[in-house]
Design a protein around this ligand. Structure first.
Ligand SMILES: Nc1nc2c([nH]c(=O)n2[C@H]2C[C@H](O)[C@@H](COP(=O)(O)OP(=O)(O)OP(=O)(O)O)O2)c(=O)[nH]1
Ligand SMILES: [Mg+2]
Length: 143
């Protein structure tokens, strides 16, 4: 008998904006390894999207964020290294302290954080992020 398909995962990703730049880090984890993605992670039981965004950014970068707003939801099936359906709630936010610098607090998951010009994003982007931007998502535009 074949095993049942895996349950979809719910994640929250954060466009952290500074001037015309966005914070990205290259993933070391198996899903999307080697691609540039937003800080973020899995929604915990009972958590709000804003709460998850603030917690994950703090855990991964040490940064405190403010002005956290919902942008959109993505829904992707990734087949490597194993099939998984990723539901990502994408938020945007700003630095609470514009002088605070990111620290790579989970080096087993990320090569390091850096600010990238929105008009000159690094490649390759994490698939679900690439898809959302390719559809016209722009966190610098009002919605
Ligand atoms: N970080 C991040 N995750 C994203 C993006 N787009 C997207 O679909 N996701 C999905 C992939 C994962 O299924 C989910 C959680 O993100 P993650 O892979 O960074 O999770 P994590 O290890 O930091 O989380 P955790 O288990 O420690 O809570 O969100 C994105 O741009 N950035
Ligand atoms: Mg993460």
């Amino acid at each position: 008998m074949s095993s049942p398909p895996p349950k979809p995962e719910v994640g929250v990703g954060v466009f952290l904006l500074k001037g015309n730049k966005v914070l990205l880090g290259r993933r070391r984890t198996s899903v999307g390894r080697g691609t540039f993605a937003l800080p973020g992670g899995h929604l915990e039981f009972g958590e709000s999207f804003e709460g998850c965004a603030a917690r994950e950014v703090k855990e991964e970068t040490g940064l405190d964020i403010t002005g956290i707003e919902f942008m959109t939801v993505t829904n992707n099936v990734v087949s490597e290294p194993k099939p998984v359906q990723l539901i990502a709630v994408l938020m945007r936010a700003a630095l609470a302290d514009p002088h605070q610098a990111p620290v790579n607090l989970e080096p087993e998951k990320c090569d390091g954080w850096d600010w990238y010009d929105w008009n000159d994003l690094p490649q390759p982007l994490f698939g679900p992020l690439e898809t959302a931007i390719g559809r016209g998502l722009n966190p610098f535009m009002c919605n």
